[in-house]
Design a protein around this ligand. Sequence first.
Ligand code: ADP
Ligand code: ADP
Length: 225
Amino acid sequence: PASVEFRHVSMRYGNVTAVDDVSFRIHAGELVTLLGPSGCGKTTTLRMIAGLEIASDGQILIGGKDVTRLSATDRDVSMVFQSYALFPHMNVLENAAYGPTVKGLGKARAEAMALEKLALVGLKGFEKRYPAELSGGQQQRVAVARALVLEPQVLLFDEPLSNLDAKLRRRVRQEIRELQQSLKLTVAYVTHDQEEALAVSDRIIVMSNAKIAQQGSPRELYEAP
Ligand code: ADP
Ligand code: ADP
């Protein structure tokens, strides 16, 4: 895993400033949550870490290396999307093997890598199923396995629990946290739910109107002194 650093980063869309002169650091192996109301700039921040948006201003470093101008395919970062974005015509194994297959690693090698990550998320035995034949929680686990398959330096989650019912949400967020701790992953995690942020994070960055309002550990931010 690698650290992530934002130095005075801004993102403008026309005359909308989605992210305004934001600086922060995520240490290697740390899970940091971006918390704040809809429209405050969380997803844009995540997409700039991924290279899905290129910052209008400032510098982004991953593992100490300047990636500000690098596209998503030239960064070692994976993202789990809100809607999972699984390929409906591919089975679980093919979905999880997508990354290494596209990289040209060969079918046997790609499938072996995918099987290892599917086992890690508890999906052994589900390889031949199609996304439509899975529950929401299972689809989410496939998305996590697919994101992990190339062992990225940084893993990103954009509201990963929003399509799950309340009971499953608690379980899946615990699974994400356990996986992150056992693999010592560097994770940036976006949510608008304070309770969720408190449950999963090493540190929380609270965003408001395109800026960082405060940051600290769950204890520092929300426990009475
Ligand atoms: P959040 O994830 O906190 O809900 P976003 O990062 O999605 O916030 O959006 C921050 C602001 O930037 C919002 O005002 C949103 O409408 C605007 N925005 C985000 N993406 C675009 C885009 N592609 N084009 C124009 N405006 C955008
Ligand atoms: P979230 O609520 O998870 O932040 P949104 O529904 O706000 O996601 O945005 C989903 C997608 O639409 C993102 O890719 C974002 O960049 C884009 N988007 C958000 N707001 C706008 C906007 N005002 N104009 C164009 N694209 C936008």
